[in-house]
Design a protein around this ligand. Structure first.
Ligand code: C5P
Length: 224
């Protein structure tokens, strides 16, 4: 299969919208690869924290991002062979990731790595700019969102499940701030691609959202 013919489904949306869960389930059902692009920004942020790199030092951060010794094994995320799957989910790491994600050189440094996830038989790519910047010709683009309240509840459950302490009010504030930063940055802001299918999952289960995405994809495949 020609590289350009390898199908990509993009699932973009705000933090804690449930897109990671939905994207992983869609990938598993289709037997496709899965790209969690947010994890790359989180890994860069974690790596910066550990090496005491200033979050405003764009050049040093871009270098870290370009040489990120990371690998993915099933649900596990490794940084220089250390399993950091839980460590990168901490709210402080997510907030730092959102700050450094506004730096053009950091985004640029992570582009190549993200594009390399596109291998046969297909890819489900989850992030903020998958449909707008990384894979603008993807045959199916989804913009998945949920109310701030629903997202705060989901993030709370996720954090508690991972053994972190969490407070709903702080989370609501964090999410709103992160949304504003992601949506208002100059480069690759969070916004739906023009041809994206919009999915509000506030009152949906993950499986219902997965079925909606698979339904759209089946229709796209039939039409081609
Ligand atoms: O999706 P997740 O919450 O793990 O992403 C962490 C941060 O990384 C986001 O708040 C966002 O600022 C940034 N990000 C991005 N572009 C992506 C994926 C994540 O800017 N494609």
């Amino acid at each position: 299969m020609d590289h350009d013919d390898i199908p990509v489904l993009t699932i973009d949306g705000p933090t804690a919208s449930g897109k990671g869960t939905v994207a992983q389930k869609v990938a598993r059902t289709l037997g496709y690869h899965y790209l969690d692009s947010g994890a790359l920004y989180r890994l860069t942020a974690l790596s910066a924290h550990r090496r005491h790199v200033d979050l405003a030092d764009e050049h040093a951060l871009a270098k870290l991002a370009a040489d990120l010794p990371c690998s993915f094994s099933g649900e596990h995320v490794l940084l220089a062979h250390e399993d950091v799957s839980d460590a990168i989910r901490a709210e402080a790491v997510g907030n730092a990731a959102s700050r450094i994600a506004a730096l053009p050189a950091v985004r640029q440094a992570l582009y190549g790595l993200q594009l390399r996830f596109r291998t046969g038989p297909g890819l489900v790519a989850d992030g903020r700019d998958m449909g707008t910047v990384l894979f603008p010709h993807a045959p199916l683009k989804v913009f998945l969102t949920a109310s701030v309240e629903a997202r705060a509840q989901r993030r709370h459950k996720q954090l508690i499940g991972k053994g972190f302490s969490a407070n709903i009010q702080d989370l609501r504030k964090d999410l709103s701030e992160r949304d504003a930063r992601d949506a208002n940055r100059a480069i690759a802001p969070l916004r739906p691609a023009e041809d994206a299918h919009y999915l509000d999952t506030s009152d949906m289960t993950a499986d219902e959202a997965v079925q909606a995405v698979l339904g759209w994809y089946a229709a796209v495949r039939k039409a081609h």
